[in-house]
Design a protein around this ligand. Structure first.
Ligand code: UD1
Ligand code: CA
Length: 451
């Protein structure tokens, strides 16, 4: 592709977001806006990526610190043109072309960027920019053409001539010949109304010199810029629908795409079914033929094949193996591992616990810091009392144990194989294999007092 230096502009505060957080850190389906732009650029396989930071630069740098990323500081945010002025030093030791992108355009694709660079090289133009056609130009810069249809400038919203009819907007993504950029950045005038330097004035500067400006068109869905939270919601919807479309075409049934959220990068096997209100996030994978019922929320978890997760279950940083059944209303907190064929029923909470093959905890149970073997039956209302007020302790329950309802295990404790625990027991001592343990007050039956 030849050397290309990408510069992503991400120094702005994003006043229109009405937020205390830098705009580019706001999340779009779970990931910061800027991460999408960086990923699209990274896909081009370039050696370095420059990111101009300014408003709360430390926070932004902390999130995106990577060996190939070079941060350039724009101390005062005096506009997109000024952001480029801050790149003077790095421009001086570059040979190839410069790709400039707004950091608030998260849906841009690698393909469009490739197309932009190719056209730029093939046409030999000084500037090539991405434009898009819209019904309402809103706050975008408008493309202004001369009688022959050649681009002669970009009219910003602050300068807008009310009678202007253009429906073509500037996407904020450009390729520049390096020499042109270096020579002309210092010529960008200060906009008196805003006190800012507009990068877009470079188009006018080139056009006035009779220089060649090339363009490519991209669909608006790819170039939407996030200026406020309405834009963020629109972009979320576009991205969400694209992700769901990809999943459906690869064999996932999504009953109601309007109410289903799947973040990018999540893999789902064939013939799995997502009911309305499902939300899948982080590094999650779902196997084949698995059913996620209404309102299931899963983050950073691995779910196997033929699993049924019933309505309103919440699973975080956990593993669920093949043929397991979870819920309804189950809560698997971080570090839970449900083995094959096991069942975690309604109102059961697990944390940092393993439950073995074919074991069941069907109702109203808390399993914290527990290691449970295979084919164990945990009766309703069983609680592992894992916390003594200072530290957490482990409960071990071995294969084929049968735990009666409403048992409390005072951890640390170990229950042997094939043990039976009587219902309502408070177990404070280890139980050897194959024994019966009952720890409850004996029932008494007395005559009632007569009045
Ligand atoms: C900009 C363009 C407009 C285009 C639109 C596309 C200018 C003057 N206008 O307008 O023509 O239609 O993008 O989305 O460029 N930034 C800095 N430093 C600054 C100011 C901004 O790094 O001093 C960064 C921001 O963090 C942001 C990007 O530049 O990522 C664009 O800035 P923004 O203020 O959103 O520009 P727009 O008004 O959207
Ligand atoms: Ca913008």
């Amino acid at each position: 592709m030849g050397e290309v230096l990408p510069i992503i502009l991400a120094a702005g505060r994003g006043i229109r977001m009405a937020s205390s957080m830098p705009k580019v850190l706001h999340k779009l389906l779970g990931r910061p806006i800027l991460s999408y732009v960086i990923d699209a650029v990274r896909g081009l396989g370039l050696k370095r990526i420059c990111v101009v930071v300014g408003y709360r630069a430390e926070e932004v740098m902390k999130v995106f610190e990577q060996p190939e990323i070079i941060f350039i500081e724009q101390r005062e945010q005096l506009g997109t043109g000024h952001a480029l002025m801050c790149c003077k030093e790095i421009l001086s030791d570059i040979k190839g072309d410069i790709l400039v992108l707004n950091g608030d355009t998260p849906l841009i694709t690698q393909n469009t960027l490739k197309r932009l660079i190719d056209i730029h090289k093939n046409e030999g133009s000084l500037i090539t920019l991405v434009i898009s056609k819209v019904k309402q130009p809103g706050e975008y810069g408008l493309i202004i053409r001369d009688k022959e249809g050649r681009i002669k400038g970009i009219e910003e919203v602050t300068e807008r001539n009310k009678t202007r009819q253009s429906k073509e907007i500037n996407a904020g993504i450009y390729c520049f010949k390096k020499d042109f950029l270096e020579k002309n950045i210092p010529l960008i005038p200060k906009n008196e109304k805003k006190g800012e330097y507009y990068l877009t004035d470079l188009i006018k500067i080139a056009s006035e010199k009779g220089e060649k400006i090339a363009e490519i068109e991209a669909p608006f869905e790819e170039v939407i810029g996030i200026n406020n939270r309405l834009d963020l919601a629109i972009a979320t919807d576009i991205l969400r629908k694209n992700i769901l479309k990809g999943l459906m075409l690869q064999g996932t049934t999504i009953i109601d795409p309007n109410s289903t959220y799947v973040e990018s990068g999540i893999k789902i096997g064939r013939d799995s079914i997502l009911f309305p209100g499902v939300y899948l996030s982080g590094k999650t994978t779902i196997g084949e033929n698995t059913i996620l019922e209404h309102g299931v929320v899963i983050r950073d978890s691995e779910i196997g094949n033929n699993v049924v997760i019933k309505a309103y279950s919440v699973i975080t940083e956990s593993i669920v193996e093949d043929n397991a059944k979870i819920g309804p209303f189950a809560h698997l907190r971080p570090g839970s591992h449900v083995a094959e064929e096991a069942k975690i029923g309604n109102f059961v909470e697990m944390k940092k616990s393993y439950i073995g093959r074919g074991s069941k905890a069907s109702h109203l149970t808390y399993l914290g810091d527990a290691q449970i073997g295979n084919d164990v039956n945990i009766g309703a209302g069983t609680i592992t009392c894992n916390y003594d007020g200072k530290r957490k302790h482990k409960t071990i329950i071995k294969d084929r144990a049968f735990i009666g309802s409403n048992t409390a295990f005072i951890a640390p404790i170990c229950i042997g194989e094939e043990v039976t625990v009587g219902a309502g027991s408070v177990i404070t001592e280890d139980v050897p294999d194959k024994k019966l343990a009952i720890a409850r007050a004996r029932q008494v039956i007395k005559e009632k007092k007569k009045d």
